[in-house]
Each structure stands twice: as C-alpha cells, then as structure tokens.
Design a protein around this ligand. Structure first.
Ligand code: ADP
Ligand code: MG
Length: 724
C-alpha cells in the first residue's frame, strides 16, 4: 500500500454511530462507580458508618470494616459481570498501572468460587521492581505496596473492578503521583482552616478543586500507522507545514466533524457511566485538535478522573478509526495541546475562597487567599514551572503559545485596581462589591459582575478568571498531580507563614481585620512588582523585565528539574509534609532519566527514519532526474533543456548530504552522552541532542518540498491534519 492508498482509506472511513444508552444521562450517570448511593445500598450499617468516617474524617480503616466493604462491593461488581479485580495506581510513568487478578479461588470441593475480601481490597504487593523509583527501591528489595484510597471511588472498567490506590515503597516513600498529591491537599487544608476561622469559626476543612481542560488531536489510524515517529514518540519528528493550517481561525469552535462527534459522544457516555461529569466539547485552534472538559471537582478525584478519561480516549478512538494524540506538540507549526488546570479552594461551609464574598468580611477573606496564592506563586515561580516541565511539554514552553517560559500571574484590570487601592486606604476600609451596597468614597469595590467580566489573557500561564486561577502551563499528557501537588503545597507553606504574621499583629492589640490587612499590604506591594503581569507574556521585553523582577526564565528542562532539590523547595515540601528530601532526590533522578530516554528514543527514530525513509526516497527521485538528464544529453547532445532538473538535483544533493552529516553527528553525540554516568549531566547532554533534532528536521522538510509527491513515503501534514 502506498501513501495514496492510505489517504484514500482514511478519507473514505465512515462514521460509526455512537452507542447511546436508553434513558437520560442522569439515569446511567455513575452506574459504574461504587459511590455513596451504592454504599448505602450494598453495605451493612456498621461498614457504611466506618467507611464514611474514613472518607470524611480520615479515620483509618480496620480489617473488619474492609471485609464488610469488600462484601458489598463484590455483590455490586458481580451484578455487572465483573470477573477480575485490580489495584489501579499512578506510578511515575505516564498513565496508570494495573495488574488484573481473577476473582476465582479453590472452593475446597474441587471447584472454584469467586472471592473478594478486605485484604484484597485494602492492600496488595505488586512485584513492582520495574517501575521508576529513582533508586529508592533497589531491585533486591523490590517490594512496593499499593493501598486503597477510600476517598476515590472504586469503579468498573469492562470486566474489572478497579480500586484506586497509592503506591509506596517498603520503606514508606511515595512511588506515585497520588500519595504526594493527597499529602499536599491535606497540607493546604490544614494551613487554610485556621485562616478561614478568622472569618467563620465553623470551618473545619478546606477543599482544593480542580477543573481540567484536556486538549488532544485525532489522526486517522491508517495515516498514524504509517508514521513511525508518531507511533513511537507520539509526535511527528518532521513534516513540511501544510499551506493552510490554522491561519484562518476556522477550526476553533467550528462545527464538529461527524466522525469526531460520534467519538466524543461515545467517550462522554463512557465517562458519564463512570461518574465523570464531562461537560464541554469543542474544536480547538489547530486543525484536528479538540478539547474536553468536565465540571470541576475535588482535586484528588478530578485527577483520577482525568487519568481514566485519557485511558478511555485511547480505547474509544480506535472504534472510530482514530488514534488520540495526547503529546503536547504532535505537529510543528500549529498549536500544541495543554491541559489547563482550573484551580480553587473552598470551605466545607460552602465558601469559595478565591471568589468575592457576599459582604466586606467575605471580600476580605477572598483578598486574603487571593494575595497569598500570588505570594506562593511569586516565591516558587521557578518550581511551579519545573512542576509542568517535561521533555514533551518543552516544545510548547516559550514557543509563542501558552505557556511562556516565565511563570507570572494575570489578575485582570479589576483585581489589579483593587490591590492598588488597598495599598492606599486605611487597613480597616471595608471591601465592598459595587452594586450591592451604595457606592461611597473610601470603599474598595469589586464590581458585582466581576466573574463574567474578567478579561482574558491567553499568554499568561497563571491567570485569574474570576473565581479561580487557571494554571495553563500543564502538559496535555501530564498527570495533573505534578502541578497540583506543587501548587497546593506552596500555597500551604505561604498560608502557614501568613497566619503566624497575622498573629503577631493581633498580639500588638490590633483588630483581626486590621491585622490581616496590615500583614497583606507588604505582600501586595511585593507581588504587584514581581509576579503580577497582565501584558504579553510572549514578548521579548517581558523576558527582559522578568529577569529584572527576579523571575525565573530558564528554558532548559533538565535544569528546571533541579529546582526541586534546591533549599527553598526542600524546606517548603518537608515543612508541609509533602515530600521528604530523599523522595525529592529520587524523583529528580526519575525525571532526568525519563527526559534522557525520551530524547534518546526520538533521536534514534529520527536517525533511522532519515536513513531508511527519507534518503532512499530522495535518491529514488534523484535517479529519475539523472535518467532524464542523461537522456536529454543523448538526444540533444547538450543539457540546455535540463536547467530545472539540474537545479533540483543540486538541491537534493545538498539536503541529502546535510541529512546524512547531521544524522551521523547525532549518533556520535548520543554515544558520548550515553557514556556519562551522572543522571543530571546525561540529561543535560541529551538536552543538546533535543535541540539538534530541529536542525536535522530542516533539510528533511526541505526534501519533502522538492521530492516528487508520488515518491514521498510518509503521510504529510496536510493529510494527517485535515482528514477526519
Ligand atoms: P474556558 O475554556 O473558558 O477556560 P471551560 O468551560 O472550557 O472554560 O473550562 C473551565 C473549567 O474550569 C471547567 O472544568 C470548570 O468546571 C472549571 N471551573 C469552574 N469554576 C471553577 C472553580 N471554582 N474551581 C475550579 N475549577 C473551576
Ligand atoms: Mg480554560
């Protein structure tokens, strides 16, 4: 099959209708999760009570309760035809891990029986020596434990009961994303509650909320399979730009192609059955790029749901003849994909801490949290950037699309004005929402329509959008926990320090609101002069300005990772109980190693494709041209009629030589880098190789431009991006 057959096949692929269940969404929503409703139905009273105490109050789960819960779960699962069970966890690789065990056991009478007890539910010991651990777990003590996270509901995928778990080493260190995330969520709650109590003594818990927006590309599977680079690295390593891509802005929010719509429908239904509140779907900016977003939820659960959705996307796309690309930059020259993390805090009493309140008190609470978040982002801007950095997200970072390589915060005009005004007025000036109370001079006003009118700034990585911050720099294939752990922990650290300072002011005899505002003022001054920036985050001037303001402008990913083991990060993470120093070091080892391997794989694929696909195609065309030239010579006795052929031959020779030289040099560079022992230094060497991939790409893309279209072996951008 040549390229044209593949194009024809993909173009002719017809829509497969979505399987829509009978009844309304609300009727099948959540049917495959063991949620509250099922708990009440399937658990005995004691087990239910103990489980709820565990979920809500963090009480440990004893074996008897676990047995009781397992009994109810088993009954529910068997009704859904479940035959297997797995502990489902999030190791430091991309995606999730699962090892399925059948429910059968000997029944002692020569047959088998389905069993599932509290032990199987609560804890397992996967032979986990092959997961990245950064040296925490040497292979001779390969034990790793998974332990049930009761705050995240058990769910059914196909024939398997999936139990969300944390994954820790024999010596207790976290080997996954979930464990530190849960610690960070506890830390931010513990730090925020005492501050909330200034405003509402009844508050006993603060929740962190996450609403992720998942961007992705769809490519027809026939074309995908012909692109070794896409298949192995998740992105195209070369490919000449299509003449038309996103210049006309005609894809964004455009009509969703029918085949894509059927895929989306199946995906939403699968998500809804799993209790994932998928809400929004639309075309994104780049051709064949789309987005999906649920209603936000508690961060740990929302993150699990994102992991499930990424998994579902891959499976369901195949039914529709698509492959989902979650890579941050599958195609050069068009937008890449991110995963905006909309983040906020709220109390168990229903107050949103990052949205204006109902009265002056509520507004002071809002401003308090708002400013402290900014302070945390200011202090840890380099670390937050490191938290979203990866070999794949590096292609978006600082490449004139969100996110820029500097973490700054966008406040919008309203909140910028509010902060400036707060600096001018006495500390006991009430902060009012304009429109609710009559306007009077001396008030600091927040317009009532504020949530809707916050302007947008697509160039800001951390943008305030009226009732939340949108951390826009997270990568599309990343686990949100990386960013969410760092953000929540950094905010927790800041809140602890803030509380201590407020107490000092109160001890001087000040009223609470005055003490709070007096503590806030210097912070406001500081953030306005550093991390707050509403201008164009992509501009060169901003980069110069950011350096002056002391913000981090590093773009080298392995160097960014090093932020995690600098003193400020170690202090923040250990003080909040999120990571130990050993864990931080181990995780950096994993990050550097992963970075190295990703670039190494890309470099190998690229060199091999250059030698096996590109050069042969170019030489084939060259041979054809040479034949024409020699024929002309034979017939006319000169080359006067061959100027075009000769010109093309010259180009081909030049580019082919360039490809070969660069490919050879890259191989050598790899050899040198591989000899480096130190994980960090090797990653730095591979960073150079990552840069040189662009240089090798250039002559290849030039060849695509000159070589006869019929002879080009690989699907082109214009085909992959426009067939759907
Ligand atoms: P946009 O594309 O305009 O940013 P979307 O509607 O696509 O907006 O996504 C916004 C996301 O933010 C949704 O997931 C939504 O549920 C979430 N969100 C809304 N309010 C909050 C909040 N207070 N905290 C966290 N996430 C929120
Ligand atoms: Mg958004």
């Amino acid at each position: 099959m040549d390229r044209f057959d593949l194009v024809k096949e993909s173009f002719e692929r017809r829509e497969v209708p979505a399987e829509v269940p009978a009844g309304k969404t609300s009727e099948y929503y959540g049917e495959l999760v063991f949620d509250r409703k099922k708990m009440c139905k399937y658990l005995d009273a004691d087990s239910l009570q103990a489980l709820l105490a565990c979920i809500e109050g963090g009480e440990p789960l004893d074996r008897k309760t676990a047995d009781g819960v397992a009994r109810g779960m088993k009954e529910w699962a068997m009704e859904h035809g479940v035959t297997h069970v797995t502990h489902w966890f999030q190791p430091l690789t991309e995606g999730t891990a699962e090892k399925h065990d059948s429910l059968i056991d000997y029944d002692g009478k020569g047959g088998v029986i389905e069993t599932f007890d509290g032990k199987m539910l609560a804890q397992q010991e996967p032979d986990a020596s092959s997961f990245p651990s950064g040296g925490i777990r040497a292979t001779f003590e390969a034990r790793g434990y998974t332990a049930w996270d009761p705050t995240s509901p058990v769910f059914i995928l196909d024939d398997t009961l999936c139990i969300p778990t944390v994954f820790i080493s024999y010596t207790g260190e976290a080997l996954d994303y979930k464990t530190p995330l849960k610690k960070a969520l506890k830390a931010v709650s513990d730090a925020a509650v005492p501050i909330c109590k200034y405003f509402d003594p009844g508050v006993s818990k603060v929740y962190s909320y996450l609403g992720w927006e998942q961007e992705y590309f769809l490519v027809d599977e026939a074309l995908y399979a012909a692109r070794t680079d896409l298949m192995i690295t998740g992105r195209t390593l070369f490919g000449h730009n299509s003449s038309k891509n996103q210049q006309l802005d005609d894809h964004y929010f455009g009509a969703i192609p029918t085949r894509v719509a059927a895929f989306m429908r199946d995906l939403e239904i699968a998500g809804h059955r799993l209790g994932i509140p998928i809400k929004t779907r639309h075309n994104e900016v780049a051709p064949n790029q789309f987005e999906l977003a649920p209603i936000y939820g508690e961060t740990n659960l929302a993150n699990d749901q994102n992991q499930i959705v990424m998994n579902l996307m891959g499976r369901i796309a195949r039914k529709h003849g698509f492959v989902v690309l979650l890579h941050e930059k599958p195609f050069d020259g068009v937008n890449g994909s991110g995963k905006h993390n909309n983040w906020s805090l709220g109390t168990d009493k229903g107050a949103q801490l990052l949205a204006p309140g109902k009265d002056a008190k509520g507004n002071l609470q809002f401003v308090t949290f708002f400013v402290n978040v900014l302070a945390a982002v200011q202090k840890h801007n380099a670390l937050l950037k490191a938290s979203i950095a990866s070999a794949t997200n590096a292609h978006r970072l600082g490449a004139n699309e969100a996110p820029p390589a500097i973490v700054s915060a966008f406040l919008g005009r309203t909140m910028t004005d509010v902060l400036h005004k707060l600096l001018e007025v006495p500390s006991d000036t009430p902060i009012e929402i304009a429109g609710k109370k009559g306007k009077s001079v001396g008030l600091v006003e927040i317009p009532e329509i504020f949530v809707d009118n916050t302007d947008r700034n697509r160039t800001s990585p951390f943008a305030f959008t009226g009732n939340r911050f949108e951390f826009r720099a997270v990568g599309s294939c990343a686990n949100c926990a990386g960013a969410m752990t760092t953000l929540n922990a950094a905010v927790a650290e800041q809140l602890i320090a803030f509380k201590a300072d407020v107490e000092k002011e109160i001890a001087k005899g000040k009223k609470v609101n005055v003490a709070i505002m007096d503590t806030l003022k210097p912070i406001i001054k500081s953030v306005l002069g550093t991390v707050c920036f509403d201008g164009n985050g992509y501009s060169e001037e901003w980069k110069k300005e950011a350096i002056k303001r002391g913000l981090d402008v590093e773009t080298n990913v392995p160097k960014m990772f090093a932020e995690f083991t600098k003193p400020a990060a170690i202090e923040m993470f250990t003080k909040t109980g999120v990571y130990t120093e050993k864990e931080l070091e181990a995780r950096n080892e994993v990050k550097w190693e992963t970075y190295t391997k990703k670039v190494q794989i890309e470099s190998r694929v690229m060199v091999r494709m250059a030698l096996n696909h590109i050069i042969p195609a170019a030489l084939e065309y060259k041979a054809k041209l040479l034949k024409e030239v020699s024929l002309a010579k034979e017939i006319y006795g000169n080359l006067d009629s061959c100027t075009t052929e000769l010109r093309i031959l010259e180009d081909i020779n030049k580019y082919v030589d360039d490809v070969r030289e660069k490919a050879t040099a890259m191989k050598e560079a790899r050899k040198a880098a591989n000899a480096i022992e130190d994980e960090y230094k090797r990653a730095l060497a591979y960073h150079e190789i990552a840069e040189s991939l662009f240089a090798l790409r250039r002559p290849i893309d030039k060849l695509e431009e000159v070589v006869d279209n019929k002879m080009w072996p690989l699907p082109k951008y214009r085909e992959m991006l426009f067939i759907s």
